[in-house]
Design a protein around this ligand. Structure first.
Ligand SMILES: NC(=O)c1ccc[n+]([C@@H]2O[C@H](COP(=O)([O-])OP(=O)(O)OC[C@H]3O[C@@H](n4cnc5c(N)ncnc54)[C@H](O)[C@@H]3O)[C@@H](O)[C@H]2O)c1
Length: 273
């Protein structure tokens, strides 16, 4: 019960890692505002919770909206303020792929959308939530941003995605330094290859774009293969959404009061070889 009565806003909560994070927070007593643009998947989330953790002590408060939409961002923060008065935990998990698109094929529309979901909207939402996050009495408030191992090196994801994931590391470090004396901790979790619906979600959004259109780039070399979740022999190396939810909750845990400005990489060893 690390999060009993804590107010948590989870952005990108319907599928994948956000979904797993919401469930973990509910199991440990949080009041969770679950923000996502997929109304269908949010209905599924509520059904899954009723099925998988019916006795979870926390409460689920779904909010449908697109995080790139100013009104939706303002709406969810107003809802939190009016309903709960403040936020203890802000988890920015939402993200989108660029379908591994290299720079020479990345048009403005793809670049702008990927940068908006992965970086710009993270900045704007967190900035606008700061009045509720700063100067908490007692344990610090927390922001956790989900980055990627693609924010640590080039990898085989596309130009927009890799750029966006490098950028959120800078965002997190700047926030951590700016507000560490105002009782706010900011940390980043960098997943490796995780079994989620991120590729399907991106393909649904961009049905006419090619996937992994690398134009001769080597995807199936030793490092490239790992980015698809397998080692050089083709063995599965993918992690589960729960592995990332655990790391997010580790960052949020009040017991880790000195953890601030950290990057926690959860990748089954990928970046160590
Ligand atoms: N899956 C992986 O292998 C992997 C690896 C490294 C990093 N990541 C990062 O992890 C995070 C979570 O990804 P995931 O794999 O769980 O993906 P996912 O697609 O399964 O879940 C992402 C969630 O974010 C929501 N979302 C996307 N755009 C949104 C928007 N504009 N407004 C509101 N909600 C929006 C989606 O509806 C979805 O519920 C992302 O930041 C992603 O870049 C994923």
């Amino acid at each position: 019960m690390r999060f009993e009565n804590k107010v948590a806003l989870v952005v990108g909560s319907a599928c994948g890692m956000g979904n797993a994070t919401v469930k973990q927070l509910l199991r440990e007593g949080a009041r969770v505002v679950a923000f996502d643009n997929r109304a269908d998947a949010m209905d599924d989330l509520a059904d899954e919770i009723a099925d998988e953790c019916p006795d979870a002590p926390g409460t689920l408060d779904p909010f449908i909206g697109d995080v790139t939409d100013k009104e939706a961002r303002e709406g969810v923060l107003a809802h939190v303020r009016e309903t709960y008065g403040s936020i203890d935990e802000l988890c920015y998990v939402a993200g989108t792929l660029d379908l591994m698109c290299p720079a020479h094929k990345c048009d403005d529309e793809l670049w702008d959308y990927v940068m908006d979901v992965n970086v710009t909207s993270a900045f704007k939402l967190i900035r606008d939530a700061l009045p509720m996050l700063l100067d908490h009495e007692g344990p610090a408030a927390n922001v956790v941003i989900v980055g990627s191992v693609g924010g640590l090196f080039g990898s085989t994801a596309g130009t927009a995605y890799i750029t966006s994931k490098h950028a959120v590391l800078g965002l997190a470090k700047s926030l951590a330094w700016s507000y560490h004396l105002r009782n706010l901790r900011v940390n980043v979790v960098n997943p490796g290859a995780i079994m989620t619906s991120i590729l399907e979600n991106a393909m649904e959004r961009w049905p006419d774009r090619d996937i992994m259109d690398l134009d001769g780039n080597e995807l199936y070399n030793e490092k490239g293969a790992v980015s698809l979740g397998m080692d050089a022999e083709g063995n599965n190396m993918m992690g589960d959404a729960e592995d990332i939810a655990n790391a997010i909750c580790f960052c949020l845990d009040d017991a880790n009061k000195y953890l601030c400005g950290a990057e926690i990489t959860v990748d089954g060893g990928w970046t160590s070889f």
